[in-house]
Design a protein around this ligand. Structure first.
Ligand SMILES: CC(C)(COP(=O)(O)OP(=O)(O)OC[C@H]1O[C@@H](n2cnc3c(N)ncnc32)[C@H](O)[C@@H]1OP(=O)(O)O)[C@@H](O)C(=O)NCCC(=O)NCCS
Length: 168
């Protein structure tokens, strides 16, 4: 891994470039995944949406959404993706560590995601046996991380979309 890369907070002007990176990195139809229903109409947590750029554009990006798990506040991590030409250089790891540290500093307690345990376990994510995501989600891919000690203890149930007040 090279020297640490400058991480930027995503701005509204970056939105479509980040979307294009996600389209490139994930299978077509990613927005049909059930986790996207938790994001519909809900703004992401802007302070935690981070990216890395080089001369070729956005090379890595991570976003987070607020959700509820059994009524408790939680962060839904993702999508996170790194451009195919820059994978394996540590960019994904850097975005993970930076955003999780920022989330803790902002007072969030817990994070969940749907993803590959072999990758996310290195950041401390563990299977959440008693948390349900909207079907169809493979329960083995529902992973959580406590930003504060014990933050997942006793937090169980279904993950739901937060209520967003209508725009006035
Ligand atoms: C997964 C992803 C975000 C990782 O970012 P990255 O910058 O390539 O990763 P890093 O350089 O920080 O870490 C690389 C390590 O992660 C491992 N890794 C990457 N994807 C993995 C996966 N799906 N499962 C297990 N390990 C994985 C690599 O083998 C490598 O391991 P090593 O450190 O033992 O050599 C990136 O590869 C990506 O965008 N992939 C396609 C989109 C995707 O699948 N995103 C979400 C995964 S659920």
């Amino acid at each position: 891994m090279g020297a640490s890369m400058q991480v930027y907070r995503e701005t509204p002007a970056d939105w479509w470039e980040v979307e294009a990176l996600y389209d490139l990195c994930f299978a077509p139809g990613r927005e049909a995944l059930s986790s996207y229903r938790l994001r519909d109409g809900v703004p992401p947590v802007a302070d935690l949406c981070l990216l890395v750029r080089d001369a070729g554009g956005v090379m890595a990006a991570i976003r987070f959404w607020p959700v509820l798990v059994g009524g408790a506040d939680a962060l839904l991590l993702g999508p996170v993706a790194v451009h195919p030409t820059r994978q394996g250089e540590g960019l994904g790891g850097q975005l993970m560590y930076d955003s999780l540290n920022r989330a803790r500093a902002l007072g969030w307690d817990r994070v969940l995601l749907v993803g590959d345990a072999p990758y996310y376990s290195r950041f401390g994510f563990e299977r959440l046996e008693r948390v349900k995501m909207p079907p169809p989600t493979n329960p083995a891919r529902v992973l959580g991380y406590a930003l504060t000690p014990g933050a997942w203890d006793g937090v169980t149930g279904t993950t739901t979309r937060i209520a967003v007040p209508p725009k006035t």
